[in-house]
Write a protein of this length. Structure first.
Length: 253
């Protein structure tokens, strides 16, 4: 049956930034689809208990993705313990909205290290494993900020980091299709998470965001997780190098 294409039975999955928000929702979706899911973050935050209540096969591994050695250590450890790593979801990320002239070098380095360098390093670390096992799936978390300049908040550095993730996704997809490795990305719009809570409650920004979104609401994490489930399973077996925009129509205006 076609619905079976959305199953992930027996797959070993890593979701970075998987203890809250979109990452936690993706981890839940993949565990419900039958995968063994490893979530990583700096702190566990009770996420394993939340996911395990539904009978999920889930484990937590601490990792600070700003540490240049962390992605390889994390991925090599999972591959050694589980024998393979089928799906990598690069979800860890941070936001920082300030005018360019107020952006110090250390803040820039922190943002780029988390949003771009950690994705690059994780992809670099997982590719040999996926090649040796005959294939795999990489899903990167992009943003509508890679496509349009969000207003009214100034966030040139954040926008640049996410645009780079989109292009990295396309380049890796082209380079590794021959290895049976699919690489795709999701570009969410404004979604109800801890990261966006300040903006969604802001008396200046929130009305502008709603006005510029044809559906006139923020997305929910499960609405991104279902897109991730599509990309991480055989339901998207002919998709690579794709960026799926899930933004309530924001980028149409």
């Amino acid at each position: 049956m076609l619905i079976d294409k959305f199953r992930a039975d027996g797959k070993i999955v890593l979701v970075t930034g998987g203890t809250r928000g979109i990452g936690l929702a993706i981890a839940r979706a993949l565990s419900e689809a039958g995968a063994t899911v490893i979530i990583s973050s700096r702190k566990e935050s009770g996420a394993v208990d939340v996911l395990s209540k539904g009978g999920a096969s889930v484990e937590f591994r601490a990792a600070d993705m700003m540490d240049s050695d962390a992605p390889r250590a994390l991925i090599d450890g999972i591959a050694a313990d589980h024998g393979r790593l089928d799906i990598l979801v690069n979800n860890a990320g941070i936001a920082d909205s300030r005018p360019m002239e107020d952006f110090e070098d250390d803040s820039y380095e922190r943002l780029m290290s988390t949003n771009l360098a950690s994705v690059f390093r994780a992809c670099r670390a997982v590719l040999p494993h996926m090649k040796s096992q005959g294939g795999g799936v990489i899903l990167n978390m992009g943003s509508i900020s890679a496509i349009v300049s969000n207003i009214p908040q100034p966030q040139a550095a954040y926008n640049a980091s996410k645009a780079a993730v989109h292009q990295l996704t396309k380049s890796l997809a082209s380079d590794h299709a021959k290895d049976n490795i699919r690489v795709n990305a999701i570009a969410p719009g404004y979604v109800n998470t801890e990261m966006t809570a300040g903006g969604l409650e802001d008396p200046v920004m929130a009305p502008i965001w709603r006005q510029m979104t044809p559906m006139e609401r923020a997305g929910e994490v499960d609405e991104i997780a279902t897109a991730a489930l599509f990309f991480c399973t055989d339901a998207s077996s002919y998709c690579t190098g794709s960026v799926l925009v899930a933004d309530g129509g924001y980028t149409t205006r």
